[in-house]
Design a protein around this ligand. Sequence first.
Ligand SMILES: [Ca+2]
Length: 456
Amino acid sequence: MTMMKSRPQRWVFAAALSALIGACAATPQATSPGNGTVSPTTPVAEPPGDPVGTPESAPIAGPTGPYTPSGNRDMDIWRDDFTARAQSQGRNPAVIYSLLEGISPLELYLSEDVNVAGTGVADQAEFAKPVWDYLRTAVTTSRFETGQVKLMELAPVFDVIEQTYGVNREAVSAIWAMETNFGSYIGNYDAANTLSNMAVEGRRRSFAESQIIALMKIVESGFADRAQLGSGWAGAMGQTQFMPTTYLAYAQDFERDGKADIWSSAPDALASAANYLSQSGFVFDEPWGIEVLAPGNFDWSLADGNERRMSTWKAQGISPIRGGPFEVSDASFAELWLPAGATGPKYLLFKNFDVFKTYNRSNSYALAVGLLSDGLQGKYGPVAAWPTEIPRLNNQEVKQLQQALNTLGFEAGVVDGIAGTGTRASLQRFQKANGMVADGYPSKPALSAVLAALGS
Ligand SMILES: [Ca+2]
């Protein structure tokens, strides 16, 4: 599906590295990486295009209708209506037709059986599974091995990517691993079709339509061909799983052939992901998180989602679990995070953790990216064991917990069965008020304690 073997690069010697960095105005931190991977005599590619490809000069011509019936009456009605609206927004009629002519109902979105189309947040793997189960399939030996091979094969590409975007190669590789297993699985859907299905299904219609408009702009501009626009079931495209609007904003033509080919060019895809991470605020060479130890008398309610200075954490007795000094300055800010309560692995989190979450807002996803990234630098984690022996709560029990905390006045918020930040903070307030270990971990013992308080 994708070309993963190394391919000839059109390397040129840049006159000066500063010219290369200066050419990319979008780079927030034009850094000089501390690991010495690039020197002025290292071959570097020309700066990636900004943003993508070379627009075609002549308007695209071709058939503009009529459409072949899709086999679904709602879809046909929506398509005619949307076509008129896209035209009124100035989209090219031939491009509109080329994207929408072949659409057809997908079981996933338009099945008679509503359960098939149910894709609520609570059902998504990273929310439903215990974090250790999620990590077992996300952070694997095979990904570390493949990642090492890719880092070697693509070392010259990563050299330029680090210089241009200020994003560490291991972080880019970890995202690549998480999104498409290094480009080996990029999805078998047609983006225009799956997004049309999403629009007809209706719950996310305006989102889906704005993404299809972006697809039209991509084809009109010659950034990619209509036939290239493959995606996953939700419309995320290529090795980086970019939505069409993300592609328009961030995709990069690293290989400078006029098209930002995030589908079959690994260098284009990696530069695109790095550009996205960079513009989301990635801080070069700063850890995403540091696994830590805390003293026995530690006040766990400090794991409350608030950032505090490193000097504060040190004063509270927090230290790196691997020993030695912290690799960040006392002035840096970090948040203490307990993904599985006070007995499991504990982390100080920095800005880059939030940057990973711009790709996927789940904490488990960002943790997996961070652990993969660290492992690619030979630092495998977590060091502490997951508390698999403490029984967790299912969705129904989380609802029970939220309801009880609300009744007791601890303001857990909406009773949705998802133990998010609000629920955990509420549980922490309850635990603290009752002289318990205030880690906010929604376990069965915690639920029992809250129900006991409710009954008394
Ligand atoms: Ca290209």
